[in-house]
Design a protein. Structure first.
Length: 607
């Protein structure tokens, strides 16, 4: 037996004795511990010893747990282990383009009530600026760690979404870097590096603001993580709901070449070069096998790509293996297939409900659970979760003062500026000269909307509408929605007011496109045309406007706007995606010449 194994064996015996003693005596410690390894009662365990290797600490912790306690750790909402001083932990937090409320890990009902809302990923990708992507991720990480320190977020975040935007009707295409595998790969690398703390030098400095450098001392070690990022959704996932198919029962038929050339490169880059500490498997099947049961692909992620972290299922994706895809004959087989394929944690309750019976039936062995726990605890240890009071760690001084800072809000504005794409500008119609404009009309259902972040958005620091940004330049600005029910624009009954203000104004800016009523998680589009009567609204206003109008297109999904491209009454077209909290100011700066747009489409726009 090697010296290392003798040491582990000694620790195991020591931990076993400690376990026997702890279960034979009444609990005198806090039954609701605030953090692991809290002194004086629970900091003497070997897994709390920061001088030991992470692998040793993880194995030590596993050896202390009963089988029941082990199973209780296999859910995103891991149960507390009071006798060891380990609190409950929520693995599911979201940070796609800012701290988001889509997962239970992030809340805004405490000391921190908002966070910087950056543009949706597709618009940020349009900047084609690696440095920008990295800085945004770094800024989000600072705010995330600050929110963790006040109990409003976790340390493990399920972002970025690096699926390929293959089908233009996909409701979640907006969340991705677009249709090109090379761009998606580059974005994945920069986001993960920035988010996990590459810019935070543990020996002294942290570069996380746009053009700013700050210093915070601390010793996180070369293997340390500021936060954990998760590459999702693995793999070939780009359908939500289409006819009789949903993401829960859809089988993506993909050739080996297409898999290697198109779908896998972003994930490979995310892990090999970005060093992501998490991978999420998707709901769908790939060539007849559920993604979370793809043993060959998931094992390749570890053996060939070198994943050093954990694999999580998408939420309830383990349940879909049996209940939607009918891939197995019973829940126990689903649990066994997924665990043995390499998934470590189930977002949901399927592992909690069926792992015990799977063990009793001989379909799962305890070593399968121990392997999963080793991956999970190793990431938590790298995050410093078992190093004692987090406020004494390298990131312990981060707090409310580091959220919604002027630097982060300026970065959000810069991201929106760089992503805006100029699609048409006949006779150099733009920029408008604000000092020579007598009156301006703004028309469109999205023009006065402050929710401009798209999917996976939290509570913005200072949300403003596109109209707010424009009115800051031209005080004599009138507004009409044109569509009484908003973006769906199911009738033309609101046209009259829009026509009236357009006739009376010297210039017209018309905002058309999509919002989350048209495209989002669980919602795909059936058409590439503007929703409802929006096309009719554009052509109607163009016909009565004194001068050619400016058309602004919102949303992530590609649209057929060929009618506008060919219409001489529409002088300029701008695509602004979902520009985030600073979108109104960024758009106004472009329209009035204070910023020259240089964004390029990361997906094919039909025109």
């Amino acid at each position: 037996m090697s010296s290392q194994w003798r040491f582990l064996f000694f620790l195991t015996i020591l931990d076993l004795l400690r376990f026997i003693l702890s279960t034979s005596q009444p609990i005198t410690s806090d039954p609701h511990p605030q953090f692991p390894c809290k002194p004086p009662n629970h900091n003497s365990y070997p897994f709390c010893n920061t001088s030991l290797p992470i692998s040793t600490r993880a194995q030590s912790l596993i050896s202390l747990l009963t089988l029941s306690e082990k199973i209780q750790q296999l859910s995103n909402n891991a149960t507390r282990i009071s006798r060891l001083g380990i609190p409950a932990y929520e693995w599911w937090s979201e940070s796609l383009h800012g701290l988001a409320t889509n997962g239970p890990g992030v809340t805004f009902n405490g000391t921190i009530q908002s966070a910087t809302s950056f543009p949706q990923v597709l618009l940020t990708a349009a900047a084609f600026n690696r440095t920008l992507w990295n800085l945004i991720a770094s800024a989000i990480a600072v705010e995330a760690r600050a929110m963790y320190n006040v109990g409003q977020a976790g340390l493990t975040f399920w972002a970025p979404n690096i699926n390929i935007f293959r089908d233009p009707r996909w409701g979640r295409g907006q969340e991705t870097p677009g249709e090109d595998p090379m761009v998606a790969s580059a974005f994945a690398i920069e986001f993960v590096r920035g988010f996990q703390g590459q810019n935070w030098r543990f020996d002294g400095g942290n570069r996380y603001g746009f053009g700013e450098k700050r210093v915070l001392r601390g010793d996180g070690g070369s293997d340390g993580l500021m936060l954990s990022a998760c590459c999702k959704h693995f793999t070939a996932y780009d359908l939500e709901s289409w006819g009789m198919f949903s993401r829960y029962n859809f089988n993506a038929v993909v050739t080996e070449q297409d898999l290697e050339d198109t779908y896998q490169p972003p994930f490979r880059s995310c892990i090999q070069q970005g060093k992501a500490s998490c991978l999420m498997c998707s709901y769908n099947e790939v060539n007849g096998i559920p993604a979370c049961a793809q043993q060959d692909l998931l094992q390749k992620v570890r053996a060939e790509w070198g994943l050093k972290g954990y694999i999580t299922s998408d939420c309830d994706a383990v349940a879909t293996v049996f209940e939607f895809q009918n891939y197995t004959k019973n829940p126990e087989d689903a649990v066994a297939d997924v665990l043995k394929s390499g998934v470590d944690i189930n977002c949901g309750t399927y592992f909690l409900r069926h792992t015990q019976s799977a063990i009793e039936q001989g379909k799962v062995q305890e070593k399968d659970i121990d392997r999963a726990l080793f991956n999970l605890f190793s990431v938590q240890l790298r995050l410093g979760l078992f190093d004692g009071d987090p406020k004494k760690g390298p990131f312990g001084k981060l707090g409310p003062k580091d959220v919604c800072t002027s630097e982060h809000k300026t970065l959000a504005l810069e991201a929106a500026r760089q992503g805006i794409v100029l699609l048409k500008n006949d006779k150099k119609f733009l920029p408008l000269k604000k000092n020579s404009i007598s009156s301006l009309a703004v028309v469109g259902p999205m023009a006065n909307e402050t929710k401009l972040g798209g999917g996976y958005t939290g509570v913005p620091c200072k949300p403003e509408s596109l109209l707010d940004g424009i009115q800051a330049y031209v005080k004599k600005t009138s507004y009409a929605s044109g569509c009484l029910d908003g973006v769906p624009c199911s009738s033309n009954t609101g046209f009259m007011e829009a026509v009236s203000i357009a006739r009376d104004a010297e210039f017209v800016i018309l905002v058309a496109g999509l919002d989350l009523s048209q495209e989002t998680e669980d919602r795909d589009r059936y058409s590439l045309l503007l929703p409802g009567y929006q096309m009719s609204l554009v052509t109607t206003i163009a016909a009565v406007s004194e001068k050619p109008l400016v058309l602004v297109i919102t949303g992530g999904g590609p649209l057929d706007i060929s009618f506008a491209e060919e219409d001489p009454r529409i002088a300029s077209i701008l695509w602004i995606g979902y520009p985030g909290e600073a979108g109104g100011k960024a758009l106004a700066e472009v329209i009035f010449g204070h910023y020259n747009p240089g964004g390029r489409l990361p997906m094919t726009l039909v025109s």
